[in-house]
Design a protein around this ligand. Structure first.
Ligand SMILES: [Zn+2]
Length: 422
């Protein structure tokens, strides 16, 4: 359907600016060549006899963007949620990721993962695989087959990991190059360099990855200033860096033309936030995960209002669900606690701001994505909220709020760049 013209007729909501919502009752969202042509109360003359998909009474919102999740932890979701980070990693995350060494396991788990993602509100995502090249290619294939658009990374990790699930410096470099070669076959799913975090990647490996990034013009994803423990160990791991961001920037791994996503940034100080801002890096705010692993609360409201790039991540499986609605509600909740206990000057995030982060905030990492402004990629969700729509006195925004808070996050139809994928 990519090059055709068609329209969705329904109740349309989007957030073209942070904190501002645009609402169109019973209107037409028109797609032309995979992009949004506009929102119209009546069909424009040039539309003529093109197809109208009647979604009257249903909500139509932009597809959501998950800026940080671990597909290889899909089988570990809902386990050890009362543990702290290190214990959880060693008891659940690493043993689970190790299993992706076995092709049959990767095939089975990544099929289930991609199927659940297809039915969710997520249209685009930045995804970690495991250290395994072949399993990561399997993951890319499953996503591509379902029409989902994503950046996927083979994880690099050569220190402070259990012996059964670690790489050597040379092995990690060789496998990264082999994985990049194999990734060429995909069109909708693209590779992203994925040094797990500075705790798990030596300077020597980071230097090699910086060179690979330059020669292949790649984006980067990693984790930054997630826990207090990480800050305490930084002195030992990166003795000549004042901030975690510096440990990436000196190897050309922060910002840059290829783009960069840093997950968490819970404990980033002023210098680090400024470095991220200057580099144009994206923050993936992962409030559900930060709660579960006692990481802390990131200053998301402030970052958003300071015009930094910030989106939302589920951080599956430290966040228990790949349903991005849970990240939106968690973002609002933790922001209230932050305003109450840490930064009393900053008002907590509104639902509309959190919705912006889940759509356009993260979407901009993918280009013109996450909004229904003309020219944006036609990424749209059709939601049947009739079972929870209330007694008919709700506004459209209240209906969307109920969907976000009360539903299982499953959508009725999904379009990505004009293609109907569900
Ligand atoms: Zn993570």
């Amino acid at each position: 359907m990519t090059n055709s013209i068609f329209a969705l007729l329904g109740d349309i909501i989007h957030t073209p600016k942070a904190g501002e919502v645009e609402i169109h009752y019973g209107s037409y969202l028109v797609c032309r060549a995979g992009r949004v042509a506009g929102i119209y109360p009546r069909l424009p003359e040039w539309f003529e006899n093109e197809e109208v998909i009647d979604c009257t009474g249903k909500l139509i919102i932009p597809g959501m963007v998950d800026m940080h999740l671990h597909a290889a932890q899909y089988g570990a979701r809902g386990f050890g949620m009362d543990l702290e980070q290190n214990e959880w990693l060693h008891n659940f995350a690493y043993p689970e990721e190790y299993c992706f060494e076995f092709p049959e396991y990767a095939e089975k788990m990544y099929t289930s993962f991609a199927d659940e993602l297809l039915h969710s509100t997520t249209t685009r995502a930045c995804i970690y695989g495991s250290v395994h090249t072949d399993a990561t290619v399997t993951l890319m294939k499953k996503l591509e087959q379902r029409g989902l658009r994503a950046y996927v990374g083979k994880v690099n990790m050569d220190r402070n990991a259990p012996e059964y699930y670690s790489e050597t410096l040379d092995g990690s470099v060789e496998e990264t190059l082999r994985w990049l070669e194999l990734s060429n076959e995909f069109k909708k799913v693209k590779p992203i360099l994925t040094p797990k975090c500075i705790f798990n990647v030596s300077d020597a490996l980071m230097e090699q990855l910086g060179k690979i990034r330059d020669s292949h013009y790649l984006p980067v994803q990693s984790c930054l200033s997630e826990t207090k423990g990480e800050l305490e160990q930084r002195g030992e791991l990166c003795p000549d860096c004042n901030t975690g961001a510096e440990a990436y920037s000196r190897f050309g791994m922060l910002g840059g033309a290829g783009g960069c996503v840093m997950a968490h940034c819970v404990h980033s100080d002023e210098n680090e936030l400024e470095a991220l801002s200057r580099a144009g890096a994206y923050i993936a705010h992962c409030p559900a995960s930060n709660l579960n692993l006692s990481a802390g609360i990131a200053p998301a409201a402030r970052c958003l209002r300071d015009n930094m790039h910030i989106g939302l991540g589920t951080d599956l499986a430290a966040g228990e669900s790949l349903n991005l609605c849970t990240a939106i509600t968690a973002a609002v909740k933790v922001s209230k606690m932050h305003a109450l206990t840490v930064d009393t000057e900053t008002k907590p995030l509104s639902l509309v701001e959190a919705l912006y982060m889940a759509t356009k905030g993260g979407g901009e990492f993918f280009g013109q994505v996450g909004s229904f402004e003309p020219g944006y990629d036609f990424d749209a969700l059709v939601i049947d909220d009739s079972p929870i729509a209330g007694n008919g006195r709700c506004t459209l925004l209240q209906r969307l709020e109920r969907f976000i808070y009360l539903s299982d996050g499953k959508v009725e139809a999904k379009f990505i760049k004009g293609d109907k994928v569900l």
